[in-house]
Write a new protein. Structure first.
Length: 293
């Protein structure tokens, strides 16, 4: 059975881009933190289901909650990087981006005591205009990126990007491995599949059908979600209709839906999936593969 990637972006509910207009960065430290409780609930769920995941974690969160980072590592999960301060790459200069990923990687590796290989940009912000970021990632010691969404979307996406995991052969990021977010190809267009928001918004029958279609192409798919997506008690902000749907719709249904997927398909960390495809070198001998089917 194909191994698929289970991934979590570890961030606070108030750090999402939809809230940037409502919550100032300077206020972050004064808001109620919920990420430890939320992420712990996901860790408990994954332990119950016997599955390992990749946790793309913010440096900002890691510095405030080192025991959470250690719990992720101790659970046999892959610790990866979601940047430091959850700034979209489109809002950073190349020098600022380098400082951001360098700080986050060092923080995560110090606290976790493991090597961090993978990166996912806040809000999938590796787009046409920020492809230069792939060079920076490779030069800073990342071996794979999971930031490209091959779709047309109001805030992100490279609609013409390859849909399957691959090694970037030339141009920006040459040598780096890319694990794009999963899409379904329909009538010449790519539709997004497997994100927490889509899991909450779309009927399960559709999600299962779409994931089966991707599996039938012989490609692994990637599920991604955020800790706040399982938290029905999170403080709510007055958002527009679309942002409200994206942020809060069906929050109470994600755990049963996710559990259904975990039982129906084989999942592991993104790095293990890329290793299974020979896109990344195998884990060193003596290290148990962190994969439980
Ligand atoms: Zn994020």
């Amino acid at each position: 059975m194909t191994l698929n990637a289970l991934t979590v972006d570890v961030e606070e509910y108030f750090q999402v881009e939809a809230l940037a207009r409502h919550v100032d960065r300077d206020e972050w430290d004064r808001l109620e933190s919920r990420v430890v409780w939320e992420t712990s609930a996901l860790l408990d769920l994954f332990a119950r289901e016997g599955v390992h995941a990749t946790f793309f974690t913010l440096g900002w969160v890691a510095r405030r909650h080192p025991p959470l980072v250690r719990r992720i590592v101790a659970g046999g999960h892959e610790l990866a990087c979601h940047g430091d301060g959850h700034r979209m790459i489109t809002q950073m200069s190349p020098a600022e981006f380098r400082a951001d990923i360098r700080a986050a990687k060092a923080t995560l590796e110090d606290i976790g005591g493991v090597r961090v290989d993978g990166y996912r940009a806040p809000t999938f912000s590796v787009v046409e205009s920020t492809r230069w970021a792939l060079d920076a990632l490779r030069d800073e010691g990342f071996t794979y990126d999971a930031s490209i969404f091959p779709i047309r979307h109001d805030r992100y996406g490279i609609p013409t990007a390859p849909r399957a995991p691959h090694r970037i052969a030339s141009g920006e990021g040459a040598g780096l491995v890319e694990f794009p977010s999963s899409t379904l190809r329909v009538a010449g267009r790519n539709l997004p599949v497997g994100g927490g928001g889509y899991l909450r918004l779309l009927p399960m029958a559709y999600t299962r059908w779409a994931l089966d279609r991707i599996a039938s192409e012989g490609s692994p798919f990637m599920v991604y979600l955020h800790p706040w997506e399982i938290d029905a008690q999170q403080p709510r902000f007055p958002l527009g209709r679309l942002a409200t749907l994206r942020s809060y719709h069906n929050v109470d249904q994600i755990v049963p839906r996710l559990t259904e997927l975990l039982r129906a398909y084989s999942f592991g960390p993104a790095r293990a999936v890329l290793q299974s495809l020979d896109l990344l070198p195998p884990p060193p001998a003596g290290v148990a593969a962190s994969v439980t089917a």
